[in-house]
Design a protein around this ligand. Structure first.
Ligand code: SF4
Length: 432
């Protein structure tokens, strides 16, 4: 049995201090307004987790494919483990390495997604608070299912797995709805209190406000030139898994919208001279996300949309409890990024990619192929063929989104820069 050390908040306190220093460091750069807003919201979120026990709150792990509104409605402090391990890398790029090493020294296999390995390492070293209970989801992948099973065995916390069926039929959605009703019963048992539906409705209305703002941002991102920073889709992913339903996320998305609108009204792009519109149709590299600012400024490249920022859901009808649960089932089962594309048929991923490529008027595709992500790797051969037939430039490279030792920043950046300047740019000039 793996021994866990008691929780020590020191490391996360360092992360919070680093996040809190971002507004001072970037305040003078107008294009970094979204980064500043995101840093403030995430620093506040992590600080709330550190205060949870002294405020008498239970901590629930919520896996990233189950957004946290229900936890906020129950007055439970949500802690999304993937966010806990990934967001700090924006300010401390090497932080996950030592946790990954601890997990592997304890016998965890290197094939497991590094997000799960990092979490297990943090539990062993006492760098993440243990959960009162765990809410996870069967999507997107085997890595996550295995990882959470290990976490449950280590922490002995009660676990509820929301089971996402393979398909997308009406029966599948009805089945998922039933899962949410059962989850509510589980949370009532764990907290010893009944769900307050008025409070839940308020949380869902807050969630809807945030969703409306971010959907408008995504529409504005279709403009040429793109008026919104290339890191915004990644911050959206981080935001939804930690804070959806909390007012601080609504504030953050409102800032994203105001920032984009201001430039859109003047028909200005976030990049001084936009040359290349890319879709990074997997994810940005969290430990090197600020490299996007340099790619924007120096190469005129912008990520107009990626898989994590592409949202296919709409605000949820809050008029009755049944409609709220139905809306949550449709959104969670069908539309949470990575869950949507990784759960079932790979066609969903291909269709999404080509739709986004057209709608957001992209010139090329960049795929940072996360090391642990088997479904993505298995799909790349077919994707290459499809892109070749359609004449779409595609760069796929290996990297690990938590561990810079697998492929370094220098190595992957050189690949991306060569691709943009030696392949994409000349082909665009030729087209003109
Ligand atoms: S990154 Fe890939 S392997 Fe890791 S949780 Fe997501 S789908 Fe699974």
């Amino acid at each position: 049995m793996l021994e866990m050390k008691p929780f020590n908040p020191k490391e996360m306190e360092g992360v919070i201090a680093a996040l809190e220093s971002i507004p001072g460091a970037l305040a003078a750069i107008p294009t970094e307004r979204p980064t500043v807003a995101a840093a403030k919201a995430f620093a506040g979120h992590f600080a709330s987790i550190l205060k949870a026990h002294e405020e008498g709150k239970q901590i629930s792990y919520n896996q990233f494919c189950f957004y946290p509104e229900l936890m906020y409605a129950f007055d439970i402090q949500p802690l999304c483990p993937e966010a806990w391990t990934i967001i700090p890398l924006v300010v401390m790029p090497d932080l996950a390495q030592k946790h990954i090493d601890v997990a592997m020294d304890a016998g965890v296999h290197s094939e497991l997604c590094s997000a799960d390995r990092a979490l297990i390492g943090e539990l062993l070293t006492g760098n993440v608070p243990a959960p009162s209970f765990i809410v996870t989801s069967s999507q997107p992948c085997d890595n996550s299912r295995m990882g959470y099973s290990m976490v449950q065995q280590m922490t002995k916390a009660p676990l509820f797995m929301v089971d996402s069926p393979y398909g997308e039929t009406e029966d599948c959605i009805a089945y998922y709805e039933n899962q949410i009703w059962r989850l509510i019963t589980f949370l009532e048992q764990q907290t010893g209190k009944k769900l307050d539906w008025d409070k839940f409705r308020e949380v869902m209305e807050e969630s809807n406000r945030a969703t409306e703002y971010i959907l408008e941002v995504n529409e504005l991102r279709k403009m040429v030139p793109c008026p919104s920073d290339g890191k915004v889709p990644t911050f959206t992913f981080f935001g939804n898994m930690t804070l959806l339903g909390h007012p601080s996320l609504t504030t953050m998305y409102k800032t994203f919208l105001d920032d984009a609108k201001e430039r859109a009204l003047q028909k200005q792009g976030v990049v001084p001279k936009e040359k290349i519109r890319a879709i990074w149709f997997y994810t940005m590299i969290s430990w090197d996300i600020m490299a996007q600012s340099r790619l924007q400024q120096e190469l005129g490249h912008i990520n107009v949309m990626d898989m994590f920022g592409y949202l296919t859901y709409r605000p949820i009808d809050t008029s009755t409890p049944d409609k709220i649960i139905r809306g949550l089932a449709e959104r969670n089962h069908l539309a949470i990024p990575m869950g949507r594309q990784g759960r079932g048929f790979t066609d969903v991923y291909f269709d999404d990619l080509f739709y986004v490529y057209e709608e957001w008027k992209a010139d090329c595709v960049v795929l940072a192929g996360h090391d642990g992500c088997k479904w993505l790797k298995a799909a790349t051969g077919m994707l290459r063929e499809m892109c070749r037939k359609k004449g779409i430039p595609l760069l796929f490279f290996d990297v690990d989104i938590l561990d810079p030792r697998v492929v370094s920043g220098e190595t992957y950046r050189a690949l991306v820069e060569d691709y943009l300047t030696a392949v994409v740019e000349p082909s665009l000039l030729e087209k003109k």
